[in-house]
Design a protein around this ligand. Structure first.
Ligand SMILES: Nc1ncnc2c1ncn2[C@@H]1O[C@H](COP(=O)(O)OP(=O)(O)OP(=O)(O)O)[C@@H](O)[C@H]1O
Ligand SMILES: [Mn+2]
Length: 526
């Protein structure tokens, strides 16, 4: 079944097999079939099952049925109990992202630079369809997911759009529908995600999409206790959301989409979970709120439970990357990793010439890897994330590829203080991509001010449409302050190295010839 999955034929039986493999519960599978919006016959079935359906909804649904399948898909979003109607999200494209610096000419993506490929005429094997017919008699046979991308659900279109240099393009017409679904789609299953230190859940949607849910643990305007080490800090759901926006505004596009969402602890988690260990940790607090704490190595105890009000719980929902069986990821230890000890310092903190060693070490001695680590350091400095011990890449692309910026929950903990050491890669190596540098300078201009662009961008998150801003104003102000620190660091490098801006011949992925150790600006634009 692994080789079948690899062919990614996108037929329903196969994706069923797939979702069965990735999320064990058969029950949720049945449920997802019932609520699957794809085939009209099934849709009406799920309609008749739904009690809370209003007249206007069924009207618009039948309308959309005659129009197209994908339309009915987005309409079924309104089933979520906490979101009675689709949120009025403004269009995601705006003047800012139309700027030429966000639309650099790039050659067409060669076939081998896509992470996943659809086999155009792949048919499910007899064996696998028979296997599924036995349990799910009628229903899915009519479904035709073909290679035309308009028939794919947004999460799948996102997966199909991942390439060697970015997770998604700009502009991305798929981003709106994808964000909308993450924010409103019916949750058919929620189980604890294994691995990692803090509590998080994997949620599944009726169209087989999956997402990682991190619950709110800290109020948005709360600052992290100054006596707390970065490695014992809480993870913040709004940091995950804000990091996605910031990464996109910096023009990186290396963080999977994350949205804010209010879930119902009972209906969306407790009632649908097949995770017995998780289910056992639910309880009612003294004031009658429903709480749970799960099982993990930090903060998973009654004292650190997450609680609904009385059942509504805020959290971040991050789209899951393609399953590891389809796209293996490689984990790299960051050369500027902290010691994760209260008493020890890391090598880079004591050796002033640390970067010259890194520059000679593979894979940092060639290509874009070093400037990509600098890009990541800039993102982390802006949001004050000290917890970047590792980063990941897609194995398929070898060393010439972008870095995934996953796990940003410990960012945006403090606004009143900057952490200069996070910028060490930039300060010590004195190298930065030209495109990054130019975009940073753009974001320092009064009419494109970083804090303003962030405020506007975050304002489009479904959660801030519904409640209060996702980042408190002092955090936004800190972004502008830190941006000037980054630009000053680049200027200092240029002064020290005699304005050593030069072309290195190689554009994206070009081979670093090692000749220009003095070059500050890595030319990725020629
Ligand atoms: N959007 C995603 N899609 C798929 N896998 C993901 C995604 N985000 C994170 N992961 C994987 O899950 C792992 C744990 O997630 P994350 O790092 O966010 O949690 P954590 O509790 O902070 O973990 P740790 O304590 O190890 O840092 C990551 O190392 C990554 O491999
Ligand atoms: Mn982490």
């Amino acid at each position: 079944s692994l080789s079948l999955s690899l062919s990614l034929s996108l037929s329903l039986p196969l994706s069923l097999a797939f979702s069965f493999l990735t999320s064990p519960p058969l029950l949720s599978l049945l449920l997802s079939l019932l609520t699957s919006p794809s085939p009209p016959s099934l849709l009406s079935l799920s309609l008749s099952l739904s009690l809370s359906l209003s007249l206007s909804l069924s009207l618009s649904l039948s309308l959309s049925l005659s129009l197209s399948l994908s339309l009915s898909l987005s309409l079924s979003l309104s089933f979520s109990p906490l979101c009675p109607s689709p949120l009025p999200l403004p269009p995601l494209q705006d003047a800012f992202f139309s700027h030429p610096l966000y639309n650099l000419p790039s050659p067409a993506v060669p076939e081998e630079d896509w992470l996943l490929r659809v086999k155009p005429k792949a048919q499910p094997s007899k064996e696998s369809s028979l296997f599924w017919v036995s349990t799910l008699q009628d229903g899915y046979e009519d479904v035709q997911w073909n290679s035309s991308s308009s028939s794919h659900p947004p999460w799948l279109r996102f997966h199909m759009g991942i390439s060697r240099w970015e997770l998604y393009p700009n502009p991305d017409p798929n981003m709106g529908p994808l964000v909308q679904q993450l924010a409103t789609h019916h949750i058919v299953s929620a189980v604890q995600k294994s691995g990692g230190t803090q509590l998080k859940l994997v949620m599944s949607f009726p169209n087989y999409g999956q997402a990682i849910f991190k619950p709110m643990k800290q109020e948005r305007d709360e600052e992290t206790n100054f006596n707390l080490y970065y490695f014992s800090d809480f993870e913040r759901h709004n940091a995950e959301i804000a990091a996605f926006h910031l990464d996109r505004i910096l023009g990186y596009r290396r963080i999977p989409p994350v949205v804010g969402r209010l879930v119902d602890v009972v209906k969306d988690i407790k009632d649908v979970t097949t995770d017995h260990k998780l289910a056992r940790t639910f309880f009612s607090s003294p004031v009658g709120n429903t709480c749970f704490y799960g099982q993990c190595s930090y903060y998973c105890s009654t004292e650190h439970a997450v609680c609904g009000r009385p059942t509504a719980l805020e959290g971040s929902v991050a789209l899951m990357l393609p399953d590891l069986s389809l796209a293996i990821r490689r984990t790299w230890r960051s050369p500027w990793r902290r010691s994760y000890s209260r008493s020890k310092l890391a090598k880079w903190e004591t050796e002033p010439d640390y970067c010259s060693t890194v520059k000679k070490t593979a894979p940092y001695d060639k290509g874009t890897r070093l400037v990509d680590v600098v890009d990541l350091a800039i993102l982390d400095f802006l949001m004050s994330n000290m917890d970047r011990h590792h980063y990941e890449t897609f194995e398929k692309f070898g060393n010439d590829t972008f870095l995934l910026h996953l796990d940003n929950g410990r960012a945006f903990g403090r606004h009143s203080k900057d952490e200069p050491s996070i910028l060490a890669p930039l300060r010590q190596c004195c190298r930065i991509r030209r495109s990054t540098w130019l975009r940073l300078r753009l974001l320092a201009l009064p009419h494109f001010r970083l804090s303003d662009v962030m405020r506007e961008s975050l304002g489009r998150d479904p959660l801030s449409v519904a409640t209060t801003p996702l980042l408190a104003e002092p955090h936004l102000a800190a972004l502008d302050r830190r941006l000037t620190v980054v630009l000053r660091a680049v200027n200092r490098c240029l002064e020290e190295k005699g304005g050593g801006a030069g072309t290195m011949g190689g554009a994206r992925g070009g081979v670093w010839d090692g000749a220009g150790d003095e070059v500050v600006i890595y030319d990725d634009m020629s």
